[in-house]
Design a protein around this ligand. Structure first.
Ligand SMILES: [Zn+2]
Length: 437
C-alpha cells in the first residue's frame, strides 16, 4: 500500500487530480476529492458495494489513507456522485493513458510495430421498474407465473468503449453513452470523432471493430483520421460477404498451418484477397481474409481418451496491406478482438462490482437554478461518473500489478490477489506519515 500510494502520487498526480474534482453540492463537509478517492479505492480493492465502502471508511484506516475529513456514509457518496462534474474525471483518464504510453506500458505486444485498440459495446443496468430521463427502452417478452407470455417495457443503459488491447495493460481510452432512440453506430461515430481531440490521431494505429460497424460512414471517418481497421465480417454485409465466400470456395487456401495453444490444437486454413468491392454503393476495394479452423481437443470420457473436433469460420476485412501484414497476422488481430470481450467489459462487469443500479434513477440530487429562475434537479451524472472512476482505477491497478510492483511479478500474483492485499493493508495499518498533499 505505501508503494502503491507513492507510485500513484509521484507517477500520476493522484492527489492533485483529486483536488480538481467538483460536484453540485454547496459547501459540502466532505469534499469531492474525498468522494473520488473513496470510490477510486473501493474499485482498487474490489469492494462489492457502496455499503461495504461505508463500512471500510468507519472500521479501517482507509479514511486516513485517502485523507478524508471524517468517515461518511453511502448517502454522501450518492448525493455527491449524482451531481459530479465529468470533465475533470475524463481529463484524468486521458492523462493517465498518456503517461502510461510515455512510460512505455504499450510497447509490449505491438503488432508489426503498431499499437492496436478495439471498440466494443456494453449494456449496464436493466430494470422493469426504475427509470431515468436518459434510459433506453425496449419491449421484451416474458412469461408470467402461469407460463403465459406477456410483453413489458425494459429500461437499460448502453455504452461504447474504446480500449487498448495489444499490450498486457489494456486501459479504456474513452466511452460514449447511447442516447435514447439512437443506435450503437451513432454513439460509436461520436466516440471515434472525439478520440483525436482527446489523444491526437496517432495514439494508436489500428482499430478493431465488430461486424456492426462495417458501414460506409465508419470507414470514411477512420480514413479521414488515418487509422487502419480490421472489421469482422458477417452476413449483415451481404454483398461483400457473399462475393468473398464465392471467390474463396473456388480456390485452395493461401496458407495452412497447425497451432498449439495449451491443450488445444488448431488446424488453420487461410484465404486472402485484395480488391473486393465494399458495397454496391461504395465499391471501394477492400482486402478480405477468411479463416477456417478445426479445433481438436482430447478429453477423458469415462476413463477413455476421446478426441473431439469443432469447426469454426471467420471473415474479416481490413485496410492493412498484405506486404506489411501477412495473412496470419490479420487472423491474429481479428482474434484479439474476441479476447477483448473476455478481459475488457466482461472483466469490469464481473469482477469490479459494476452494478450500481440506483445511480441512474436517483431522485435525491442537488438543485440548481435554471434560465427562468426556477429551482430544478441537476442532470444526473451518477452512472457516468462512477464509470469514469472505475476506468481510472482499472487502468492504474492493472499497470501497477503488471508493470510496476516487483512483489506482484516475483510472486506471480493475480490482480485480484493484489487487490485483496492492498485492502488488508489499508484495513490494518495506518499510513506512516500523513498522506502527501
Ligand atoms: Zn436510466
Amino acid at each position: 500500500m505505501p508503494s502503491f500510494s507513492a507510485w500513484l502520487n509521484k507517477g500520476f498526480d493522484l492527489r492533485a487530480y483529486a483536488d480538481q474534482m467538483a460536484d453540485a453540492r454547496t459547501d459540502p463537509e466532505i469534499s469531492p476529492a474525498s468522494v473520488f478517492l473513496a470510490l477510486f479505492h473501493s474499485f482498487v480493492f474490489r469492494l462489492p458495494s457502496f455499503q461495504q465502502l461505508d463500512h471500510e471508511l468507519s472500521h479501517s484506516y482507509l479514511q486516513q489513507w485517502i485523507g478524508a475529513e471524517r468517515p461518511f456514509h453511502d448517502d454522501v457518496l450518492r448525493y455527491s456522485l449524482c451531481g459530479f462534474d465529468l470533465d475533470p474525471l475524463e481529463a484524468m483518464l486521458v492523462d493517465v493513458n498518456r503517461r502510461l504510453k510515455r512510460g512505455k506500458a504499450f510497447d509490449e505486444g505491438r503488432v508489426q510495430g503498431h499499437l492496436v485498440a478495439a471498440l466494443d459495446g456494453i449494456e449496464v443496468l436493466s430494470s422493469f421498474s426504475r427509470r431515468c430521463d436518459s434510459c433506453l427502452e425496449r419491449r421484451v417478452t416474458l412469461k408470467d407465473q402461469t407460463g403465459r407470455k406477456i410483453e413489458q417495457t425494459q429500461y437499460y443503459h448502453r455504452a461504447v468503449g474504446c480500449q487498448m488491447i495489444h499490450s498486457p495493460v489494456k486501459p479504456f481510452l474513452a466511452i460514449e453513452w447511447l442516447r435514447p432512440g439512437e443506435g450503437e453506430e451513432t454513439a460509436a461515430l461520436r466516440l471515434l470523432t472525439r478520440l483525436p481531440d482527446l489523444y491526437g490521431s496517432r495514439f494508436f494505429d489500428i482499430l478493431l471493430l465488430d461486424a456492426l460497424y462495417a458501414q460506409t460512414p465508419v470507414l470514411n471517418l477512420v480514413h479521414q483520421i488515418g487509422w487502419d481497421v480490421v472489421i469482422s465480417l458477417k452476413q449483415n454485409s451481404r454483398d461483400l460477404y457473399q462475393s468473398a465466400v464465392r471467390l474463396f470456395a473456388s480456390r485452395p487456401p493461401d496458407a495452412e498451418f497447425t497451432e498449439q495453444v495449451e491443450h488445444k490444437t488448431y488446424r488453420v486454413q487461410l484465404w486472402d484477397t485484395e480488391g473486393l468491392p465494399f458495397t454496391l454503393d461504395n465499391p471501394e476495394p477492400v482486402r478480405v481474409v477468411r479463416a477456417e479452423e478445426v479445433l481438436d481437443r482430447n478429453r477423458y470420457r469415462q476413463g477413455e481418451l476421446t478426441s473431439h473436433s469443432t469447426d469454426h469460420e471467420w471473415l474479416w476485412f481490413t485496410t492493412l496491406t498484405r506486404q506489411a501484414f501477412p495473412t496470419p497476422v490479420v487472423r491474429q488481430l481479428g482474434h484479439s478482438r474476441w479476447k477483448n470481450e473476455n478481459n475488457g467489459w466482461m472483466d469490469l462487469t464481473k469482477h469490479w462490482a459494476f452494478k450500481h443500479g440506483f445511480l441512474h434513477a436517483c431522485q435525491h440530487r442537488p438543485k440548481q437554478t435554471n434560465a427562468s429562475g426556477e429551482k430544478e434537479l441537476v442532470p444526473n451524472h451518477g452512472l457516468a461518473a462512477v464509470t469514469l472512476i472505475l476506468l481510472i482505477a482499472f487502468a492504474l491497478s492493472s499497470a501497477f500489478v503488471l508493470r510496476h510492483s516487483k512483489l506482484a511479478r516475483r510472486d506471480h500474483l493475480t490482480t485480484i490477489a493484489v487487490a485483496a492485499q492492498l485492502r488488508a493493508w489499508a484495513s490494518k495499518t495506518p499510513p506512516s506519515i500523513r498522506a502527501p498533499s
